[in-house]
Design a protein. Structure first.
Length: 204
Protein backbone atom coordinates (compact mmCIF):
# COMPACT_ATOMS: atom_id res chain seq x y z
CA UNK A 1 0.00 0.00 0.00
CA UNK A 2 1.65 3.17 -1.11
CA UNK A 3 1.64 6.07 1.41
CA UNK A 4 2.22 8.60 -1.38
CA UNK A 5 -1.08 8.27 -3.27
CA UNK A 6 -3.39 11.28 -3.26
CA UNK A 7 -6.75 11.34 -1.49
CA UNK A 8 -9.36 13.43 -3.30
CA UNK A 9 -12.32 12.58 -1.04
CA UNK A 10 -12.92 13.32 2.62
CA UNK A 11 -13.74 9.72 3.54
CA UNK A 12 -14.13 6.18 2.26
CA UNK A 13 -16.64 3.87 3.92
CA UNK A 14 -15.51 0.25 3.54
CA UNK A 15 -17.84 -2.73 3.90
CA UNK A 16 -16.66 -6.32 3.58
CA UNK A 17 -19.47 -8.76 2.82
CA UNK A 18 -20.03 -12.38 1.88
CA UNK A 19 -23.40 -14.08 1.27
CA UNK A 20 -25.42 -11.60 3.33
CA UNK A 21 -27.55 -9.96 0.67
CA UNK A 22 -30.53 -9.53 2.97
CA UNK A 23 -28.54 -7.56 5.53
CA UNK A 24 -26.54 -5.60 2.97
CA UNK A 25 -29.61 -3.94 1.45
CA UNK A 26 -30.51 -2.08 4.64
CA UNK A 27 -26.88 -1.28 5.42
CA UNK A 28 -26.41 0.43 2.05
CA UNK A 29 -29.69 2.30 2.43
CA UNK A 30 -28.50 3.97 5.63
CA UNK A 31 -25.13 4.82 4.08
CA UNK A 32 -26.65 6.24 0.89
CA UNK A 33 -28.92 8.48 3.00
CA UNK A 34 -26.11 10.10 4.97
CA UNK A 35 -26.50 13.75 5.98
CA UNK A 36 -23.00 14.88 5.04
CA UNK A 37 -21.89 17.77 2.84
CA UNK A 38 -18.34 16.44 2.53
CA UNK A 39 -17.50 14.21 -0.44
CA UNK A 40 -17.22 10.55 0.48
CA UNK A 41 -17.48 7.15 -1.20
CA UNK A 42 -18.86 3.76 -0.21
CA UNK A 43 -16.72 0.75 -1.18
CA UNK A 44 -18.39 -2.65 -0.97
CA UNK A 45 -15.94 -5.54 -1.08
CA UNK A 46 -17.73 -8.69 -2.21
CA UNK A 47 -15.73 -11.53 -0.67
CA UNK A 48 -16.61 -14.06 -3.40
CA UNK A 49 -20.31 -14.30 -2.55
CA UNK A 50 -22.46 -17.03 -4.07
CA UNK A 51 -25.87 -15.57 -3.20
CA UNK A 52 -27.63 -12.41 -4.47
CA UNK A 53 -24.98 -10.07 -3.05
CA UNK A 54 -23.57 -8.98 -6.47
CA UNK A 55 -27.09 -8.16 -7.66
CA UNK A 56 -27.81 -6.10 -4.54
CA UNK A 57 -24.60 -4.15 -5.01
CA UNK A 58 -25.33 -3.46 -8.68
CA UNK A 59 -28.80 -2.20 -7.81
CA UNK A 60 -27.43 0.19 -5.22
CA UNK A 61 -24.69 1.41 -7.55
CA UNK A 62 -27.44 2.50 -9.93
CA UNK A 63 -29.18 4.33 -7.10
CA UNK A 64 -26.15 6.10 -5.65
CA UNK A 65 -23.02 7.32 -7.46
CA UNK A 66 -21.13 7.14 -4.16
CA UNK A 67 -21.15 3.33 -4.21
CA UNK A 68 -18.56 1.21 -6.01
CA UNK A 69 -17.45 -2.36 -5.59
CA UNK A 70 -14.64 -4.86 -5.96
CA UNK A 71 -14.75 -8.66 -5.83
CA UNK A 72 -12.05 -10.09 -3.58
CA UNK A 73 -11.69 -13.83 -4.25
CA UNK A 74 -9.31 -14.47 -1.36
CA UNK A 75 -11.67 -15.51 1.42
CA UNK A 76 -11.37 -13.80 4.77
CA UNK A 77 -12.41 -10.61 6.49
CA UNK A 78 -8.87 -9.28 6.56
CA UNK A 79 -8.28 -9.80 2.84
CA UNK A 80 -11.55 -8.04 2.06
CA UNK A 81 -10.85 -5.07 4.34
CA UNK A 82 -7.32 -4.68 2.99
CA UNK A 83 -8.71 -4.66 -0.56
CA UNK A 84 -11.06 -1.86 0.40
CA UNK A 85 -8.25 0.14 1.95
CA UNK A 86 -6.14 -0.21 -1.20
CA UNK A 87 -8.97 1.10 -3.38
CA UNK A 88 -9.99 3.94 -1.09
CA UNK A 89 -9.74 7.56 -2.26
CA UNK A 90 -10.73 9.07 1.07
CA UNK A 91 -8.41 10.75 3.55
CA UNK A 92 -10.31 8.94 6.31
CA UNK A 93 -11.16 5.23 6.29
CA UNK A 94 -14.43 4.21 7.98
CA UNK A 95 -14.99 0.48 8.39
CA UNK A 96 -18.44 -0.91 9.13
CA UNK A 97 -20.17 -4.27 8.81
CA UNK A 98 -22.81 -5.44 6.35
CA UNK A 99 -25.39 -5.92 9.11
CA UNK A 100 -24.96 -2.47 10.68
CA UNK A 101 -27.50 0.33 10.28
CA UNK A 102 -25.71 3.62 10.80
CA UNK A 103 -27.30 6.89 11.88
CA UNK A 104 -27.79 9.59 9.26
CA UNK A 105 -24.94 11.68 10.74
CA UNK A 106 -22.49 8.78 11.09
CA UNK A 107 -19.96 9.89 8.44
CA UNK A 108 -20.20 13.57 9.39
CA UNK A 109 -19.55 12.90 13.06
CA UNK A 110 -16.36 10.98 12.33
CA UNK A 111 -15.18 13.77 10.05
CA UNK A 112 -15.99 16.33 12.76
CA UNK A 113 -14.03 14.37 15.35
CA UNK A 114 -10.90 14.06 13.24
CA UNK A 115 -11.24 17.73 12.32
CA UNK A 116 -11.07 18.67 16.00
CA UNK A 117 -8.33 16.29 17.09
CA UNK A 118 -4.90 16.72 15.56
CA UNK A 119 -3.62 13.17 15.96
CA UNK A 120 -3.01 11.19 12.79
CA UNK A 121 -2.30 8.02 14.80
CA UNK A 122 -5.78 7.83 16.29
CA UNK A 123 -8.09 4.86 15.79
CA UNK A 124 -11.61 5.92 16.66
CA UNK A 125 -14.81 4.04 17.52
CA UNK A 126 -18.35 5.05 18.39
CA UNK A 127 -21.51 3.54 19.90
CA UNK A 128 -22.63 0.04 18.94
CA UNK A 129 -26.31 -0.49 19.72
CA UNK A 130 -27.90 -3.86 18.84
CA UNK A 131 -31.29 -4.16 17.14
CA UNK A 132 -33.58 -7.15 16.69
CA UNK A 133 -33.14 -9.18 13.50
CA UNK A 134 -36.61 -8.31 12.23
CA UNK A 135 -36.08 -4.59 13.07
CA UNK A 136 -38.97 -4.61 15.59
CA UNK A 137 -38.85 -2.37 18.64
CA UNK A 138 -37.54 -3.89 21.85
CA UNK A 139 -40.32 -5.28 24.10
CA UNK A 140 -41.72 -3.02 26.82
CA UNK A 141 -40.20 -5.10 29.61
CA UNK A 142 -36.68 -4.66 28.24
CA UNK A 143 -34.56 -1.91 29.80
CA UNK A 144 -32.79 -0.12 26.93
CA UNK A 145 -30.02 0.91 29.31
CA UNK A 146 -28.78 -2.65 28.80
CA UNK A 147 -28.24 -2.15 25.06
CA UNK A 148 -24.61 -1.22 25.59
CA UNK A 149 -23.99 -4.56 27.30
CA UNK A 150 -25.82 -6.47 24.57
CA UNK A 151 -23.65 -4.81 21.96
CA UNK A 152 -20.57 -5.98 23.91
CA UNK A 153 -18.91 -2.60 23.45
CA UNK A 154 -20.31 0.91 23.72
CA UNK A 155 -18.14 4.00 23.66
CA UNK A 156 -20.87 6.53 24.38
CA UNK A 157 -22.16 9.34 22.18
CA UNK A 158 -18.74 10.92 21.75
CA UNK A 159 -16.16 9.26 19.49
CA UNK A 160 -13.15 8.12 21.49
CA UNK A 161 -9.60 7.15 20.57
CA UNK A 162 -9.03 3.45 21.12
CA UNK A 163 -6.25 4.08 23.60
CA UNK A 164 -8.87 5.47 26.02
CA UNK A 165 -10.70 2.12 26.00
CA UNK A 166 -9.93 -0.89 28.15
CA UNK A 167 -7.13 -3.07 26.82
CA UNK A 168 -9.36 -6.08 26.15
CA UNK A 169 -11.60 -3.95 23.94
CA UNK A 170 -8.80 -3.60 21.44
CA UNK A 171 -9.07 -7.29 20.66
CA UNK A 172 -12.68 -7.27 19.49
CA UNK A 173 -13.64 -7.13 15.83
CA UNK A 174 -15.56 -3.86 15.89
CA UNK A 175 -17.89 -2.75 13.08
CA UNK A 176 -17.29 0.98 13.62
CA UNK A 177 -13.62 1.84 13.30
CA UNK A 178 -11.94 4.75 11.57
CA UNK A 179 -8.36 5.68 10.69
CA UNK A 180 -6.46 8.34 8.83
CA UNK A 181 -5.89 6.64 5.47
CA UNK A 182 -2.27 7.67 5.12
CA UNK A 183 -1.34 6.26 8.52
CA UNK A 184 -3.37 3.09 7.97
CA UNK A 185 -1.52 2.28 4.77
CA UNK A 186 1.86 3.00 6.30
CA UNK A 187 1.58 1.34 9.71
CA UNK A 188 -1.50 -0.90 9.97
CA UNK A 189 -2.82 -3.93 8.15
CA UNK A 190 -5.45 -6.61 8.78
CA UNK A 191 -3.51 -9.91 9.09
CA UNK A 192 -4.75 -12.23 6.36
CA UNK A 193 -3.06 -15.25 7.97
CA UNK A 194 -5.86 -15.28 10.55
CA UNK A 195 -8.44 -15.97 7.84
CA UNK A 196 -12.11 -15.08 8.15
CA UNK A 197 -11.89 -14.67 11.92
CA UNK A 198 -9.17 -12.03 11.76
CA UNK A 199 -10.31 -9.18 13.99
CA UNK A 200 -7.03 -7.96 15.43
CA UNK A 201 -4.63 -5.46 13.90
CA UNK A 202 -0.94 -5.93 13.46
CA UNK A 203 1.82 -3.35 13.42
CA UNK A 204 4.25 -3.68 10.52
Amino acid sequence: MSPTRSFDLSASVIIATRNRADYLTECLRTLADQDCEEQFEIIVIDNDSTDETPKVIEEWMRKSPKIRTFRETRLGLSAAKNAGARLARGRLLLFTDDDVLVESTWVRRYLDWFGRVDDSNAMVGGPIVPILNDLRAWPNWFDELALGELGLLHYGAERQPYWQCRRQELEWGLPGKSYKAERYRRFWVHPTALGSLAHEHKRL
